[in-house]
Design a protein around this ligand. Structure first.
Ligand SMILES: Cc1cc2nc3c(=O)[nH]c(=O)nc-3n(C[C@H](O)[C@H](O)[C@H](O)COP(=O)(O)O)c2cc1C
Length: 172
């Protein structure tokens, strides 16, 4: 699949086929896609928690203000920004901006890789951060930025509309 095709084909998938597992090999591919993302100073200020444990997925779903589909996905990846790592070179800008950008791009790489592999995912950003950190026992320098439930799609939503190019850009 061409990159542009994956970009356009990627959708938010919130229903997963319960009969189909995601393999460790596929998970490794997600992480491979993540680690080749660009990052400020190539510091790679990110960390990923791969959750397959049923009880932990259920706890995470609760922490997402009742987005139960999180627990239904065979695998859930929680992408985190490593504030300390970026701050070590870039100070406040690293801590407040670059670490989040690094983790965000890597998270998007995972999503696009999943699309290419015929899998579906959704970026879940609405969650109780303290709860997620507690459930996953995250140290304070790791801020969870996205919860990504991934599985084989059990729905194929139509693409939601986009603002036009003229509305979102200008030429100078
Ligand atoms: C930062 C961010 C936070 C999001 N949070 C949620 C969320 O908590 N729950 C959810 O179902 N979708 C969430 N989404 C998915 C968006 O709703 C979705 O990307 C948008 O409606 C466009 O649809 P598409 O992804 O199919 O193109 C989030 C997306 C982003 C980028």
């Amino acid at each position: 699949m061409e990159v542009f095709e994956a970009i356009k084909k990627r959708r938010s998938i919130r229903r997963f086929d319960p009969t189909k597992e995601v393999t460790d090999k596929q998970i490794e591919k997600f992480l491979e896609a993540a680690r080749w993302a660009p990052s400020a100073g190539n510091l790679q200020s990110w960390f990923f928690v791969v959750v397959k444990n049923k009880k932990t997925k259920q706890e995470l779903a609760k922490a997402t203000l009742g987005q139960d589909f999180v627990a239904q996905a065979p695998v859930v990846i929680v992408s985190c920004a490593d504030l300390e790592r970026s701050a070590s070179r870039y100070g406040g800008r690293g801590e407040k901006l670059y670490a989040f950008q690094d983790a965000t791009i890597a998270n998007q790489n995972i999503w696009l890789a999943a699309t290419e592999m015929g899998l579906g995912a959704v970026w879940v950003g609405a969650f109780d951060e303290n709860e997620v950190s507690r459930i996953l026992n995250l140290p304070s320098h790791l801020r969870p930025i996205a919860i990504l439930p991934i599985g084989y799609p059990a729905e194929s939503p139509s693409p939601p509309s986009r603002r036009s190019i003229t509305e979102i850009s200008r030429k100078v």
